[in-house]
Design a protein around this ligand. Structure first.
Ligand code: ATP
Length: 201
């Protein structure tokens, strides 16, 4: 069983995935793969430099993700171009890693594919079921501001640039609401994990 985990920014994906990992799931992270793909000397990094210029690099030649994030969050066409460069490469690498993870957990284990842009990237076909994490709008804004130390305008712009949470929830097989505390989240994650291992019933 491969479970895709998605949701809006700061909805709690990493927190949920860490809980699933502690319960025994093998994790493949699309963000992690995208970091690997843009290491200095990679073809993805040169494609990004061609499109966005040297402004997206740190002095040591590594990708300045924050700078790139600022550019694409303010510009839809730039975001589209970034996705066109990265998504096909992530698709290929994720398929390979998901296969390896499935071999490691065996027939009855759970593999988790953490992918913030699962739907946007058309990655549903790589997973058996999708879990979408949702969170109350105000709580989402507050957690995002708290985590990134950003002001409300910047945080809201990041939220608005994404597919609405409701849309992700509508398309998902499972939904976890992470508006309350971590204990409640843990309980919901354990329940889902048990359900998935029992065959998705
Ligand atoms: P991103 O989309 O940016 O990768 P994410 O969806 O992975 O974010 P997390 O990083 O897991 O979200 O959570 C966002 C922030 O909210 C973090 O600072 C995290 O510690 C906090 N957080 C997550 N769940 C809860 C909760 N139930 N109660 C309190 N804080 C929480």
């Amino acid at each position: 069983m491969v479970l895709g985990v998605t949701g809006g920014i700061a909805s709690g994906k990493s927190t949920v995935v860490a809980m699933l990992q502690r319960l025994g799931a093998q994790i493949v992270s699309a963000d992690q793969l995208s970091r690997e793909l843009v290491e200095p000397g990679s073809s993805a990094l040169s494609a990004l430099m061609k499109r966005f210029g040297e402004q997206i690099l740190h002095a040591d030649g590594t990708l300045n993700r924050q700078q790139l994030g600022t550019i694409v969050f303010a510009d839809e066409e730039a975001r589209h171009d970034l996705e066109a460069i990265l998504h096909p490469a992530i698709a290929e690498l994720s398929q390979q890693r998901l296969r390896q993870a499935a071999e490691q957990v065996g027939q009855d284990g759970l593999v988790v594919y953490e992918a913030p842009l699962l739907y946007e990237a058309g990655a549903e076909g790589r997973v058996d079921k999708v879990l979408s994490i949702v969170v109350d709008d105000q709580v989402q804004l507050r957690r995002l501001m708290g985590r990134d130390n950003s002001d409300a305008d910047v945080a809201q712009q990041r939220i608005d640039a994404q597919m609405p949470q409701g849309e992700k929830a509508r398309r998902a097989d499972y939904i976890i609401d992470n508006s309350a505390g971590l204990e409640q989240l843990q309980r919901q994650v354990e329940e889902l994990y048990g359900q998935l291992l029992a065959g998705g019933r």
